[in-house]
Ligand binder design. Structure first.
Ligand SMILES: Nc1ncnc2c1ncn2[C@@H]1O[C@H](COP(=O)(O)OP(=O)(O)OP(=O)(O)O)[C@@H](O)[C@H]1O
Length: 224
């Protein structure tokens, strides 16, 4: 599903922030990515959602080597990836409903299906009463939940989540994890970048650890 082979990455002419990174995420797996602040977690996610190119090595997504992929095929590939950004990246002038509906509208799903799905999901993440609000009217934790709903609504093949429980209390964190586990159960491959040790203990899964841009040996675990 995802394969990195000796990947390096740098910003501009700076030093490499990722070095010799090799790993595979099997189809249908759930994996944590952890490491100290600045270790390179967000940078690694950027390579996976095609926001940045590696300076060396091979990145394969869905069995395709990204360096050989024509640019015209990138949008199609991106549509299969759900992303929860660390800074949410919601569209401020659009309502919560419209933000979450966006991926389904891009895939031209019928309006009735969109309405039903968006309402159900916003209920699940505890935002039924905020459906008409705009992001600037929400707290950080509420914005985070909108970002998660938007990332999962179209059932992506691959979900990349950067600190998805960073702004919510443990109870809501568990609820969001159950959402991820449910999505994982129906086939989505998931990578969650997090510092949340308690969360990783409560919901066990394999852990990849970055130390100053290099991947340490992973600790086996089991999704629960
Ligand atoms: N746009 C950028 N331009 C230049 N350097 C960057 C840029 N973004 C990140 N970096 C550098 O790359 C390194 C890795 O940063 P990254 O954001 O990937 O770490 P992280 O593990 O996600 O950290 P955090 O847990 O704080 O989010 C850091 O040294 C950072 O300063």
């Amino acid at each position: 599903m995802v394969r990195f082979d000796n990947v390096g990455m740098r910003y501009g002419t700076g030093h490499e922030v990722l070095r010799d990174v090799s790993f595979e995420l099997p189809r249908g797996s759930l994996t944590y990515l952890t490491g100290a602040s600045g270790a390179g977690k967000s940078s690694l996610l950027k390579l996976m959602f095609l926001a940045h190119r590696p300076s060396r090595g091979v990145v394969e997504l869905f069995g395709k080597d990204l360096s050989r992929l024509p640019r015209t095929q990138l949008p199609e590939l991106r549509r299969q990836i759900g992303v929860v950004y660390q800074d949410f990246r919601l569209i401020d002038h659009m309502s919560v409903f419209d933000n979450v509906a966006l991926p389904m509208r891009v895939s031209r799903r019928p309006a009735m299906e969109i309405n039903a799905h968006v309402e159900e999901l916003l209920g699940w993440v505890g935002l039924a009463d905020k459906i008409a609000a705009t992001p600037p009217e929400l707290s950080g934790g509420e914005q985070q939940r909108v970002a998660i709903a938007r990332a999962v609504i179209a059932r992506p093949r691959l979900l990349l989540a950067d600190e998805p429980t960073g702004s919510v209390d443990p109870e809501m964190g568990d609820r969001l994890m159950h959402l991820f586990l449910e999505l994982n159960r129906i086939g989505t491959t998931i990578l969650i970048a997090t510092h949340d040790v308690a969360m990783m203990e409560r919901h066990r899964a394999p852990v990849m650890r970055l130390i100053r841009g290099e991947l340490a040996v992973s600790r086996p675990g089991r999704a629960a």
